[in-house]
Design a protein around this ligand. Structure first.
Ligand SMILES: Cc1ncc(COP(=O)(O)O)c(C=O)c1O
Length: 425
């Protein structure tokens, strides 16, 4: 029954039963963790063949010895393979290091200090630099901005993607806004996929925003579908070509959740002009990336249907965990008015909204009985969720049994917090 239809007596009696369940859970000494968007051990094991795949053949397709210095933009075959993931040509794609977050950091730092078009264009020439942050969003994007002194403006995330009416109005009126964070496919944490119309409007932002505005297109989950019918993402590059805004977009991705999260390959793509400028900057940081790992990855993932097959094996492992969470939430909370949640078709997260003002309490209640959740507020700039309602659930790492135990305990906490709130005068 819906919480609003329960009488005070019914609320109290349900709460008593729930408190008994809560005490039993406390006695069970649980040690469960739904905080980490990490691939499980079985998932990383899908790529164990990377180790040793090269034998003693270290030569790339064009004869370059991957063991030696150089090749700032990465091996040609890696640029082609991961360009395909981002939907960009090889010559607009750069392979660098193992972490896309590092590439994002380097890009923003470069735009701040050096400037995309030389010193006069550096964002840092102005006292204030602002970024638009669709929320709920990825905590590390927000942490990066905070660390670099970039002011964050939260904008709502809709089912179609970021609220473009708000974004367009803001960029038109405030020239200090220099960037927009996007996780366009299976967004972190909602799992939503931006609609075609949203992708096109984002591609057009370069026409109305201040000079050297950048869309940070973090396509971390580009190939991470859980179902064959998962929504596709429109090509931002195609729209940028149409609107002549290729210089306003940097795309990012990595194999952190394809192969080894700690030893994968990261990539970025942008216009040829931007890439040239970025490479000039990068050359001060490194003589070249780890090309041996790039070669391992291309040998492991190239070939017709290879990547898709590999990602289907990931999906087979994590889909039951997602379904366990979503089925449990539906069974226990549908129609109660005590929460709303996303049902993603891919990615790594499920977003849960409590009744307003209860997220912190739910996280604390869960922690007391041994269930760790991502801190409430983490999905908002500065860790401040104005409605204190969003909680990010990450079901990929724990075993299926642990996911079931954790979500069962979580639901008890949600119900207790919700009923308590209704009983308060
Ligand atoms: C949206 C998003 N971007 C980037 C990352 C991190 O990527 P990488 O491991 O390539 O640094 C994550 C990890 O959870 C993520 O969710």
């Amino acid at each position: 029954m819906h919480i609003d239809q329960l009488s005070a007596t019914e609320l109290t009696s349900q709460l008593e039963t729930l408190k008994e369940q809560y005490d039993a859970l406390r006695g069970a000494n649980l040690a469960l963790d739904l905080t980490r968007g990490k691939p499980s051990t079985e998932q990383v094991a899908l790529s164990n063949a990377l180790d040793g795949i090269l034998g003693d053949d270290f030569l790339a397709a064009n004869g370059i010895d991957a063991r030696n210095y150089g090749g700032l933009e990465g091996l040609e075959e890696a640029r082609a393979l991961f360009g395909d993931v981002l939907g960009t040509p090889a010559d607009e794609t750069l392979i660098g290091g193992n972490s896309s977050l590092t590439l994002m950091y380097n890009t923003i730092e470069f735009a701040l200090t050096d400037g995309l078009r030389g010193p006069a264009s550096a964002w840092g020439n102005s006292d204030t630099v602002k970024f638009l942050c669709p929320t709920p969003g990825y905590d590390r994007h927000f942490a990066l901005c905070e660390y670099l002194g970039i002011e964050m403006i939260a904008v709502p995330m809709l089912d179609s993607g970021p609220d473009m009416d708000t974004i367009e109005a803001l960029v038109k009126q405030d020239s200090a806004i220099k960037g927009l964070w996007c996780v366009p496919r299976f967004s972190n944490p909602t799992g939503g996929v931006y609609s075609d119309a949203t992708v096109e409007r984002i591609a057009r932002l370069g026409l109305i925003a201040s000079d050297h505005f950048l869309v940070m297109w973090d396509n971390a989950y580009a190939v991470h579908s859980l179902y064959d019918d998962a929504p596709e993402l429109a090509s931002i590059r195609t729209y940028c070509q149409q609107h002549n805004t290729l210089n306003n977009v940097f795309q990012f991705g990595s194999t952190s959740k394809v192969t080894f999260a700690g030893a994968g390959v990261a990539f970025l793509a942008t216009s040829i002009e931007n890439l040239k400028a970025f490479k000039n900057h990068l050359a001060f940081r490194t003589i070249g990336p780890d090309k041996v790992n790039q070669l391992r990855h291309t040998r492991f993932l190239s070939g017709s249907g290879q990547l898709a097959e590999h990602m289907a094996a990931h999906a087979a492992l994590i889909r039951p965990r997602f379904e366990c969470v979503i089925d449990s939430l539906a069974r226990e909370l549908d129609g109660t008015g005590m929460g709303a949640w996303s049902s993603p078709r891919g990615g790594y997260f499920i977003s849960f909204n409590t009744l307003p003002g209860l997220a912190r309490e739910v996280v604390a209640l869960a922690e007391t009985i041994g269930v760790k959740l991502t801190p409430a507020g983490a999905t908002y700039p500065y860790g401040k969720d104005p409605k204190d309602c969003n909680i990010r659930l990450s079901p990929t790492y724990p075993s299926l049994d642990d996911v079931q135990a954790a979500i069962t305990a979580f639901i008890v906490c949600v119900k207790i917090a919700s009923l308590n709130a209704r009983l308060k005068p």
